[in-house]
Design a protein around this ligand. Structure first.
Ligand SMILES: [Ca+2]
Ligand SMILES: [Ca+2]
Ligand SMILES: [Ca+2]
Ligand SMILES: [Ca+2]
Length: 537
């Protein structure tokens, strides 16, 4: 039939609007979430025995090796180094930052500023990657340095992972406990542990790392048990192998001192027989929220247990660091740079799953027939047995609930395509109207937590996409039959397109096939006319 016989005077054509029918593709996506790469942090505790000044030659090669080592399959440029036995922050600690900056770029690594009081062997210090960590607030000294009690003040830092909310912040204590195994020295270690726990318990339930040279001989020592004692600052030992560590073959794989039998003076020799160096953590580093310890990553750099008790770390039997081309250079340097080995562990900010994008109609601009909504998640997620139950699509004008069918596709993340059935749909399309999509946080989760709907890195809140009342630009979910260009109206330009399809000038367009019959015909035209006369939603 001829169009004009259906509705004389209907045609309001112009060549300009005719040209405007160009098909466009549009991806309706959320604003990008600025997630720093990986969210991983590699932290080292290292006594560099340099309290008289500059670090010894080769420390930079060891630190670079720590960054280059694959741990759980990942390399990670060092994020923080808790140093012991530095002269001062302005000298030795800054020297270490400078060594790293010579490798990784000027200004990348920064040093702390506060020196702890000391009765000998210098103070501790912190070097951190300023691109990944910020030092927050004041650096705090803990305890009093005396010749009868705690010999050196501990240092406490608060660090903020760059790009993440403050819920990922953590505290780092850096200690150099009293050395030696006699009863008095043990009591002096306990003095420091008591001071640290008084301070850390007062912080409340926060993420804490207790790092340093603990000079410990056995897990039964009072000071170690004080650190592991109940309370909000309670420490966990990721190694969790209690026993008499000193000079015991079964613990050689976790020993950190001394890496050489006959090192250059004044370094301590005697070979590998002590577990002196630690990174203990609080429960908040194991709670799947904010920053967490990455299980299985805690290790002594260069020691995988292949060196015999009291051996040298560069012994020919050592099989550690197989992925490093300069492994023998590094193992040699570990016998001359200092008399301790670095203790390394990886941490990561736990990012709960979120919605990365929503595609309406596969990204097509048209809102004439809206037959699918695809929800892309940032990660693989668990959904209910009936996945559609995790989604709600509601028409705003009357709160009518759309019947949903969900088809789930999984690759490196979960993708759910929703299609429509029931009373609020017409032949597989949403009915006319504006809609609100909700993804229910309590039904979408994985090991990183439940859905983070608003993208603030804290899970447990629904994702809500409510179509704007005004259609320009129409990035949200609405349907108005005939709106082939998705601008919220069915207007003259849309009519020209419809007419050309109806007359066969343009090929069949399923977006204009109201009843999904396979043809665009008079029945579809009547539906089109109704919307054209209304104009817009
Ligand atoms: Ca945590
Ligand atoms: Ca959230
Ligand atoms: Ca339109
Ligand atoms: Ca039809």
């Amino acid at each position: 039939m001829h169009l004009r016989s259906i509705l004389p005077g209907f045609v309001r054509s112009s060549e300009a609007s005719r040209r405007s029918k160009t098909t466009r593709l549009r991806l309706d996506s959320l604003e990008g979430r600025d997630i720093p790469s990986g969210g991983y942090f590699r932290i080292v505790s290292y006594n560099i025995a340099s309290s008289s000044g500059a670090p010894r030659t080769g420390l930079d090669t060891i630190l670079q090796g720590i960054s280059n080592e694959h741990v759980n399959g990942r390399t990670e440029q060092l994020d923080a180094i808790a140093l012991q036995e530095v002269e001062s922050q302005a000298t030795t600690t800054q020297d270490v930052a400078n060594l790293l900056n010579a490798i990784y770029g000027a200004g990348v690594y920064k040093a702390g500023t506060v020196n702890g009081a000391s009765t000998g062997s210098g103070t501790q210090g912190l070097v951190y990657n300023s691109q990944t960590l910020q030092l927050v607030g004041t650096e705090v000294t803990i305890g009093t340095a005396t010749t009868t009690g705690q010999p050196r003040q501990a240092l406490r830092y608060k660090l903020h992972p760059v790009g993440y909310p403050s819920t990922a912040d953590f505290y780092l204590y850096d200690s150099h406990y009293k050395a030696d195994s006699d009863a008095t020295s043990q009591m002096r270690r306990q003095d420091e542990a008591v001071a640290i726990r008084a301070d850390s318990d007062a912080l409340g339930n926060v993420a804490i790392l207790y790092t340093g040279d603990f000079n410990s001989y056995s897990s039964s020592e009072t000071f170690y048990q004080t650190l592991l004692g109940a309370g909000s600052g309670q420490a966990n030992d990721p190694v969790n192998r209690p026993g008499a560590w000193h000079n015991t073959a079964t613990f050689v794989d976790i020993d950190t001192q001394a890496p050489a039998n006959t090192p250059p003076a004044p370094l301590t020799g005697g070979g590998l027989d002590d577990r002196f160096d630690f990174q203990l953590n609080s429960g908040e580093l194991n709670d799947h929220v904010g920053l967490d310890y990455v299980a299985g990553t805690y290790h002594t750099f260069g020691n995988n247990g292949s060196v015999a008790l009291n051996g040298d770390i560069n012994d020919a039997t050592n099989t550690a660091l197989p992925d490093l081309a300069n492994r023998t250079t590094i193992l040699d340097l570990e016998t001359t740079v200092t008399d301790h080995l670095p203790v390394v562990a990886d941490y990561r900010v736990v990012v709960p799953p979120a919605v990365s994008s929503v595609q309406i109609n596969g990204g097509a601009a048209q809102r004439s027939r809206v037959a699918s909504v695809k929800v892309d998640f940032t990660q693989i997620v668990s959904l209910p047995a009936t996945p559609a139950n995790a989604f709600q699509l509601i028409r705003q004008s009357d709160n009518a609930v759309v019947g949903l069918t969900a088809s789930v596709m999984t690759d490196t993340a979960t993708h759910v395509t929703l299609t429509f059935t029931g009373a609020v749909s017409d032949f597989g399309s949403l009915q006319d109207g504006r809609y609100t999509l909700t993804v229910l946080a309590n039904l979408v989760s994985n090991a990183n937590g439940s859905l983070d709907g608003n993208g603030d890195f804290t899970g447990g809140d629904n994702y809500v996409l409510a179509s704007d009342a005004s259609p320009a630009p129409p990035t949200h979910i609405f349907r108005f039959f005939g709106d082939l260009d998705g601008d919220g109206d069915t207007d003259a330009a849309n009519f020209l397109s419809f007419r050309d399809v109806l007359l066969g000038i343009l090929p069949y367009d399923p977006a204009l096939d109201f009843d999904n019959s396979g043809s665009v015909d008079a029945a579809d035209f009547l539906q089109f006319r109704n919307r054209y006369l209304l104009g817009s939603i």
